[in-house]
Design a binder for this molecule. Structure first.
Ligand SMILES: Cc1ncc(COP(=O)(O)O)c(C=O)c1O
Length: 371
């Protein structure tokens, strides 16, 4: 069996460090916020070259609290790509603002700047570009539009820890950057966790209060906040893992290069496009084929796990039926949902496992099983 992601293999490679961190936290009983959270926030801020980092309970909360801290709310519109994990859209809905969906580019899974400009209205308060699959969005058109129209950029970097655009770390370019440490992410916790980054000290202070019941000092509440705090154990685990991230991302890039060179020209496969000014940290290695479902079935039969990111674009989700957008609204996102398949990708993947996956894909196309 070749798993899609192997979190046990990763834990084994750092078990002694992780176990020591667990014992340190339990010995200090500092479970909620505290010194380890502060330490990880500083380390992560430095990692993404941001001045402030505020740890929260999840990637969804990073987005939700980020928008709240900016004062976005009822009556405002936020532009979100139609193909993303639903959290990006839910963050906007949860704070009472309106989700305005736009299509992705034809040849990347990332938000289309031309469609974004066309969707602007006087009510647009923020753009939510998502560095999907780990590929940095070309942010220049968004920065230009934002500057011209007074709009905030909130980067969804949940899949892009360590990716760069024009040499700058993703998550440090917009007004706020949002990260998820869901266990399978490039930097993953051992439970739910997330974080926001910003260079604005006032915004950072607002985020700190919002995540902790709106508290300024103990039992003094200045705003109606929530309980969404990065906890001490997760912060300690993340501090152990962060120094390994560069090597893990490098391994992912190496695996991607191997997949790409071995799958080039096989069947009707379209490989992920590399952009000129953005790097790719391959949270996901996705290929496209008109034979996606049959290929996936064939790989499953051979014990090769794959994923689909994502099978249903936001506008076709039942939860967003109220948008009144049917099939045909976003052709690029819909084609991607039909054709995309994500192959096994994790740092500990071996060359032999990649060969097995590639061999199975070649055989599928050579055997004529495709429809
Ligand atoms: C693009 C994107 N945005 C937001 C999220 C939400 O993160 P979390 O699951 O930590 O809430 C995820 C991942 O789950 C994601 O992939």
């Amino acid at each position: 069996m070749i798993p899609f992601v192997d979190l046990v293999a990763q834990y084994r490679s750092i078990a002694a460090e992780v176990d020591a961190a667990f014992h340190e936290v339990t010995a200090s009983a500092e479970y909620i916020l505290g010194a380890r959270v502060q330490r990880f926030e500083q380390e992560f801020a430095q990692f993404v070259s941001a001045e402030h980092a505020v740890g929260v309970g999840s990637g969804l909360d990073a987005l939700r609290l980020g928008l709240l801290a900016l004062g976005v709310g009822a009556g405002d519109e936020v532009i979100v790509p139609a193909n993303t994990y639903i959290a990006t859209a839910l963050a906007v809905s949860e704070i009472g603002a309106d989700v305005v969906l736009v299509d992705c580019e034809a040849d990347t899974p990332n938000i289309d700047p031309v469609a974004t400009e066309a969707a602007l209205t006087p009510r647009t308060r923020a753009f939510l570009p998502v560095h999907l699959t780990g590929l940095a969005v070309d942010l220049q058109p968004f920065l230009d539009l934002a500057a011209r129209a007074g709009i905030e950029i909130v980067e969804d970097a949940a899949q892009a820890h360590g990716a760069r655009w024009n040499g700058r770390p993703c998550g440090s370019i917009g007004t706020i950057g949002c990260f998820s440490f869901y266990p399978g992410k490039n930097l993953g916790a051992y439970g739910d966790a997330g974080l926001t980054t910003t260079n604005d000290a006032d915004l950072a202070e607002r985020l700190r209060r919002l995540r902790n019941y709106g508290e300024r000092r103990k039992y003094e509440h200045t705003v109606k906040g929530v309980n969404s705090r990065l906890d001490g154990l997760q912060a300690a685990f993340l501090s152990v893992k962060l120094p390994h991230l560069h090597a893990w991302n490098t391994a992912r890039v190496r695996h991607a290069q191997m997949y790409a060179s071995e799958l080039d020209g096989v069947g009707d496969i379209v490989l992920p496009r590399i952009t000129d000014d953005g790097t790719h940290v391959y949270h996901l290695f996705t290929i496209r084929t008109a034979n996606r479902d049959a290929l996936r079935d064939s790989l499953t039969e051979r014990g090769i796990q794959t994923g689909i990111h994502y099978p249903i674009p936001i506008h076709l989700q039942e939860a967003y039926a109220d948008l009144g957008l049917g099939v045909g609204a976003f052709p690029n996102a819909e084609a991607l949902a039909r054709e995309t398949i994500s192959l096994p990708m994790f740092p500990e993947l071996t060359a032999a496992q990649i060969d097995t996956v590639v061999g199975a894909i070649r055989e599928f196309f050579e055997s004529g099983r495709r429809r």
